[in-house]
Design a protein around this ligand. Structure first.
Ligand code: F6R
Length: 620
């Protein structure tokens, strides 16, 4: 949450910074702002609302030509989404401009301290204290190279909470500095030009060479000296260099109206990429990147899957698969709850943290708690080099490519598939499944990309149905077994995209109270398991459809090809290909994504950037 861009080079900094902000806008869109440095003076522009508002203002008023600049797109925490609270924040003497992602927890005493020296604040943000402190500390820092970085270190040592801070100083025409604790920041290294970004999308159009920064580090970008990284005490640090494995085209809409539509369409390839190189020729799983020894994996006696939102739903699906394949007990927990209830963890507990962005603060804090308790932590993550995989004992990347739409789609499907890989790998290493059983499931996994393709090729009736639902104010989603998390995910997608009240229920639980919600015409979406599923779950769900229909519901049924048992009770049937029960969520979720996307579009809403949200939630 909050997107950050910094630039030093020879190009027009405003162009570079605005282009970076366009690519980072998914991280927050409550306001946007830029600062450029020219002829020893800082000039800023900032505007509440989406980046387009700022761009409109800049098109009219402009800023001086410059080759050094910073920019910010905001997801509001302290202080409402107003022009005044937009970043950058400038010190009272006009010498320093600062942008910030995160929360400075001790901002109140620091603000009081600044006010005691006569400083008048012009915003309600926590960030503004940094601008004033930095200006004051800079003035007291001895002259010489690295002065702004030294001032930033001094200020950073005083801050509590989570922050990425980027600053420029009017007296330093060649320098941008940044500081990082618990919030994301990457450095891009071009030919004689240097970039900062909350993620690599900020500079991918200019360079694919990136540097990873660790916790509590300060980086200086200098036009001639290049990149210098230190810890908060000034000890020099060698950053890890890497090459970004996707290009600018991957971050563009590619002809689709919305990033979300593009990302839905990319799912067959994304799932294929998650499986790539992990399915051996003999039908075995090859997960070399899981840096836990076979003995460690054999010693595991309990698994926790910990995540937030959509990733949590992937975890709920994982529980069915991992327990079924390995017979190890699995608990699934919301990351924001996990560490506050003192879970029982030890060396033989495997904690699987699932996060598309790798930066979600709740998940990161849960991970740290698990490590403190000596549990082994395996991350399932999409963003290479992000904080969560870096701090985990082992990582399985999903390789889904950049996910820009705020609502997760390909991120989710690939998380589910990666969870299957973890479960099956555990079963293989622990010898609880014979090689031919593992090979049979591997074959089923290989079939998934084509099955998703088949679903995507028959979505026209779903779009038509969606248009007829766009004026509803409530939709209910039902499922059993792995269909239950799919129902939760379908409801979440609809809530966040279309702002329609939606709830997901375990189909068997509805009769224990919530069935009272059903009225004449209430749309109820039911995820029906395969007729081949265990213990006649299928028959029970068919009964549940009858129960809601008898009370007036308009039933929308997602059922496998050839399942005619549902026909007498379905007002609408959405067909999906035959898929093994445990793997079915990978196909049954797709129509629900399309449904939510189309309903939101029909309602005239911004599908990629729903209100009040941000892509990467880096506050607790
Ligand atoms: C909903 C959605 C969110 C994220 C959640 C966790 O569509 O995208 O619920 O799933 O914020 O994000 P990550 O996976 O980045 O940790």
């Amino acid at each position: 949450m909050c997107g950050i861009v910094g630039y030093v080079g020879s190009k027009d900094s405003l162009d570079v910074v605005l282009e970076g902000l366009r690519r980072l806008e998914y991280r927050g869109y409550d306001s946007a702002g830029v600062a450029v440095l020219a002829d020893g003076r800082l000039s800023t522009a900032k505007k509440a609302g989406k980046l387009a508002n700022l761009e409109k203002e800049l098109a009219e008023a402009g800023l001086p030509a410059s080759t050094i600049g910073i920019g910010h797109t905001r997801w509001a925490t302290h202080g409402g989404p107003t022009d005044r609270n937009a970043h950058p924040h400038v010190s009272a003497d006009g010498s320093v401009a600062v942008i910030h992602n995160g929360i400075i927890e001790n901002f109140a005493p620091l603000r009081a301290e600044c006010e005691a020296t006569g400083v008048e604040f012009s915003s309600e943000t926590d960030t503004e204290v940094v601008a004033h402190l930095l200006a004051a500390v800079y003035a007291e820092t001895p002259e010489g190279s690295g002065r702004l970085a030294e001032a930033m270190r001094t200020v950073s040592r005083r801050l509590e909470g989570a922050f990425t801070l980027v600053a420029t100083h009017a007296a330093e025409p060649d320098t941008v500095v940044a500081s990082r604790r618990n919030s994301p920041l990457v450095v891009g290294v071009g030919e004689g030009e240097y970039f900062l970004g909350s993620d690599v999308a900020a500079f991918i159009a200019h360079t694919r060479n990136a540097l990873e920064l660790g916790q509590d580090q300060v980086v200086e970008l200098h036009r001639t000296r290049g990149v210098t990284v230190t810890d908060f005490d000034g000890a020099s640090v060698e950053p890890t260099a890497y090459t970004v494995d996707w290009d600018a085209a991957a971050a563009e809409k590619g002809g689709y109206d919305w990033f979300m539509l593009k990302e839905i369409a990319e799912q067959p390839q994304a799932v294929a990429d998650t499986l790539l190189g992990r399915l051996g020729e003999q039908g075995e799983l090859v997960l070399d990147e899981v840096r836990l020894s076979d003995q460690d994996l054999r010693d595991i006696d309990k698994v926790f899957v910990v995540a937030c939102g959509t990733a949590y739903h992937a975890g709920l699906i994982a529980k069915y698969a991992i327990e079924h394949w390995t017979r190890i007990p699995v608990e699934v927990e919301l990351a924001s709850e996990f560490r506050y209830r003192d879970p029982v963890l030890d060396r033989s507990t495997l904690v699987v943290v699932v996060s598309q962005s790798g930066e979600t603060m709740d998940t990161l804090m849960a991970l740290r708690h698990a490590k403190d308790q000596k549990a082994r932590v395996l991350a399932i993550c999409n963003a290479n080099g992000s904080t969560i995989p870096r701090e985990s004992d082992a990582v399985l990347y999903t390789h889904a490519g950049p996910e820009v739409a705020v609502a997760s789609t390909k991120g989710f499907l690939t998380q589910v598939v990666a969870c299957y890989l973890v479960g099956l790998f555990l079963a293989q290493v622990r010898g609880v499944k014979y090689a031919d059983e593992v090979a049979a499931i591997v074959e089923d996994l290989r079939a998934l990309p084509d099955q998703i393709r088949a679903v995507l090729s028959s979505m026209d009736p779903v779009r038509e149905l969606a248009r007829s639902l766009a004026t509803e104010d409530t939709l209910l989603f039902l499922g059993r077994h792995v269909g239950y998390p799919v129902a939760l995910e379908g409801a979440l997608k609809l809530k966040e995209l279309a702002y329609i009240h939606a709830e997901g229920f375990a189909a068997g639980e509805l009769k224990h109270g919530s069935i009272a919600l059903i009225d004449q015409g209430t749309p109820v979406v039911v995820v029906v398991p395969s007729p081949r599923s265990r213990e006649s779950v299928h028959g029970k769900v068919v009964s549940n459809i009858q129960e809601v229909r008898a009370r007036g519901a308009r039933t929308i049924v997602i059922a496998e090809d050839g399942d005619d048992d549902v026909l007498p009770y379905a007002d609408h049937v959405i067909r999906v290909p035959r898929t093994p029960t445990l793997l079915a969520p990978v196909v049954t979720t797709v129509p629900l994504q399309v449904l939510a996307c189309e309903i939101a579009s029909t309602r005239g809403l911004d599908v990629d950037q729903p209100r009040n949200l941000a892509k990467s939630v880096t506050v607790e």
